[in-house]
Design a protein around this ligand. Structure first.
Ligand code: T3D
Length: 259
């Protein structure tokens, strides 16, 4: 357990769980919270005992994005994004383990970007996604243009970003923005089952998988084939591969150690 003011960060049985904890403002990001999220995610990235990271919100929201009460007339948005938000998105993308977003409630603006940056997105059936930026005259940031246009294509991404309408969980699932939707009653158990699958998986392979998939998004087939072969060589030398193959021949489930 790390000590923070605006978030909670705990480590339990291989899971690093970060809970955004400003429920009175729907977990909106103030200066302190962006810096604490950066620290917690850096710790999670370094800690080899953590094999899966989870990000969620306390109360009825995941996060309402930038704390609008902290925005002033001379705010430099470029400075704020470069210094505060962008490092968070990069930390998630580079984290050598799966990062799960547990979207317990509304995720708006940069809160939605944060969820989109995660590798696996689990949403409560009552939660909403909202590209709120345009409602206050801003454009999507913190990776929203990148993740949305890639996951659902330009037309739909443009619609969400330009109209700023709320997207319900079922629509988000249908569009492929999130991976699973659970009712409020099933949310804890359903998400725990997926987290447990990831935490007991071959962590090094997950990390290489993230690299390979991200590479494939903006490279041609031949470069991707070459990069896959390079990464597979690394995967093939892990302890977990030995265990996986041994378990197959012994007709049992593998016990991966993440090494
Ligand atoms: O600085 C930079 O780097 C720029 C970066 C920008 C990135 C961004 O994220 S821009 C987008 C910022 N976010 C928004 O525009 C969303 C604003 N919030 C809303 O639109 C609504 O609150 C929701 C649709 C998310 C939820 O609506 P509802 O009706 O369920 O709740 P509410 O009554 O609006 O909010 C409850 C409380 O949370 C309320 O507090 P109060 O007035 O009762 O004391 C409200 O002010 C507060 N709250 C909600 N969102 C924010 C917020 N306080 C500060 N900042 C917020 N973003």
């Amino acid at each position: 357990m790390y000590e923070f003011e605006t978030i909670k960060a705990e480590i339990k049985e291989g899971v690093g769980k970060l809970t955004l904890n400003r429920p009175e403002s729907l977990n909106a990001f103030n200066e302190k919270m962006t810096s604490e999220v950066q620290s917690a995610l850096s710790n999670f990235a370094r800690d080899e005992n953590i094999r899966c990271a989870v990000i969620t919100g306390n109360g009825r929201a995941f996060s309402a994005g930038q704390d609008l009460k902290e925005v002033e007339s001379d705010t430099s948005f470029s400075d704020s994004l470069t210094r505060r938000y962008n490092p968070i998105i990069v930390l998630i993308s580079r984290m050598q383990k799966p990062v799960v977003a547990l979207i317990n409630g509304v995720a708006a603006g940069a809160g939605m970007s944060l969820a989109l940056a995660c590798d696996f997105k689990i949403m409560s059936s009552t939660a909403k996604l909202l590209q709120a930026f345009i409602r206050v005259g801003l454009i999507p940031d913190s990776g929203s243009t990148f993740f949305l246009s890639r996951s659902i294509g330009y037309s739909r991404a443009f619609e969400l970003a330009s109209l700023g309408n709320e997207l319900c969980a079922d629509e988000a699932l249908k569009l492929g923005i999130v991976n699973r939707v659970f009712s409020q009653e099933e949310f804890k158990e359903g998400s725990e089952e997926i987290i447990q699958r990831l935490v007991k998986g071959p962590t090094k392979a997950y990390s290489l998988l993230k690299k390979a998939m991200n590479f494939a998004l903006d490279h041609d087939l031949e470069s991707t084939l070459e990069y896959e072969a390079y990464l597979q060589e690394i995967a093939g030398r892990t302890e977990d591969v030995n265990e996986g193959v041994k378990a197959f021949t012994e007709k049992r489930l593998p016990v991966f150690k993440g090494r």
